[in-house]
Design a protein around this ligand. Structure first.
Ligand code: AMP
Length: 416
């Protein structure tokens, strides 16, 4: 194979040891926090029919217009690798109907978007998220945000900023959009090309534009809370009240919008200053999605795990420095190698994680392997030790070395 062929695809990475330990740690903490709030896991397929995404995310969004990995299968069906988690979970819930076991679901897994890769932006990235399905309820929205901040805190990620806004109820979106379009019309000559296109296709996205000229115009627009109905305003005030009740710190960002079409009422974003240009750590909101003949309402969020790890490593709080392996067995000679092979199985059966080199290499290279594996202890045996029924146990951190009877090695390592 040429060297190009053994590289992973651009924007898609292998995650190996020791970095993978950080992933396992944040995933484990996430599962624990989700279960505290009575969320159970759902694993939906990575491949779905393309319409699952186009119908829910919206045809005018960047994801659908230019970022999906879509192809035809052998039967000519259009399939897409999931670019986000909500659409698949909602499709699953639609198949379940009334008998859906739980309407509080979480997921952790890879998502795919054909974006231009850069720090914090990948083509295969990972999200963990939750979906809480049910009729709109401000308390549910607040609970969702509180859970998200609880999780960030459990990961050790301080300094996150939660920005909240509302888009109003679904049936008000056209009227809010029309008002925004009317206000923007007088400035259209000064908007960037993208925003002129967005004005027709999805005017909410103009509010999101990073172009400084567009941002200046957006600042002069009315706040969305001024354009929605009194009922929707009241809903939003109740969300804010519930956040206050839970002691969740937030700022109301009156011009915050989110890229996906399915949102209505509450939307939010969490950012972290250490992330630079791609400072969005997570997003969330309330949505209504049509799935088959049903229309499913819920509230949820998604967090980008690559960005969580980037923010954590900016504060150097990820690696616990803990040794991943308790013991490495070192054999001097063939007899010892065979005997260690059996001892390794006995230790593992008793719950002691250990490993050894099986190719009969020199003592020096076996020690090197033990160091590479960051083993806490090495157990050394040669012909002499085998004859006397003993082992040499070396603590790799302190360098302390003791001779122990074979029968004592297990209990000593079990305590380590
Ligand atoms: P979204 O589904 O677009 O609301 O994104 C939710 C979160 O997923 C973002 O705040 C990011 O943390 C993360 N995210 C989205 N797209 C990418 C990407 N291409 N690479 C890495 N993380 C991403």
């Amino acid at each position: 194979m040429s060297s190009d062929l053994i590289q992973s695809l651009q924007g898609m990475s292998d995650i190996d040891y020791p970095e993978v330990s950080d992933w396992q740690r944040i995933e484990q903490i996430a599962r624990h926090i989700f279960s505290l709030y009575f969320f159970t896991e759902i694993r939906t397929p990575i491949l779905e029919r393309t319409e699952v995404f186009t119908r829910s995310i919206g045809n005018t969004t960047d994801i659908v217009q230019k970022e999906m990995y879509t192809f035809q299968d052998r039967g000519g069906r259009s399939l897409t690798m999931r670019p986000e988690g909500t659409a698949g979970v909602v499709r699953y819930l639609a198949t379940k109907g009334q008998e859906a076991g739980s309407t509080r679901l979480y997921y952790i897994g890879p998502m795919f978007r054909a974006e231009r890769p850069q720090a914090g932006r990948k083509r295969q990235f990972h999200q963990c998220g939750v979906e809480m399905v049910g009729e709109p309820n401000p308390l549910a929205d607040a609970e969702c945000m509180a859970l998200q901040l609880h999780l960030l805190e459990a990961w050790g990620l301080g300094g996150c900023v939660l920005r909240v806004n509302t888009r109003g109820a679904s049936d008000e979106l056209p009227q809010v959009g029309a008002k925004l379009r009317e206000c923007l019309a007088q400035h259209s000559d000064h908007l960037c090309d993208d925003c002129r296109r967005r004005m027709d296709q999805n005017v909410f996205r103009v509010l999101d534009c990073k172009n400084p000229d567009c941002a200046k115009i957006v600042e002069q627009l009315p706040m969305i809370t001024d354009l929605i109905s009194p009922d929707s305003r009241e809903y939003f005030e109740e969300v804010i009240g519930a956040l206050d009740m839970l002691g969740v710190a937030y700022t109301h960002s009156p011009r915050l919008v989110r890229g996906l079409d399915y949102y209505n009422h509450t939307i939010w974003e969490i950012s972290h200053s250490s992330l630079g240009a791609q400072d969005a750590l997570a997003g969330g909101g309330r949505y209504t999605i049509a799935a088959g003949k049903k229309s499913i309402s819920g509230v949820g969020f998604a967090m980008g795990l690559e960005r969580v790890l980037m923010a954590l490593s900016a504060g150097e709080r990820v690696s616990t420095g803990e040794s991943p392996l308790r013991a490495w067995l070192i054999s001097l000679g063939d007899v010892a190698r065979r005997s260690n092979f059996a001892m390794m199985q006995m230790l593992r059966s008793n719950g002691v994680d250990c490993c050894m080199d099986m190719s009969g290499r020199s003592m020096k290279s076996q020690m090197r392997s033990a160091n590479q594996a960051r083993a806490k202890f090495v157990v050394i045996r040669g012909g002499d030790e085998i004859e006397r029924g003993v082992c040499v146990l070396k603590d790799m951190k302190s360098g302390e070395q003791v001779e122990l009877g074979e029968d004592k090695v297990l209990s000593r390592l079990m305590q380590a």
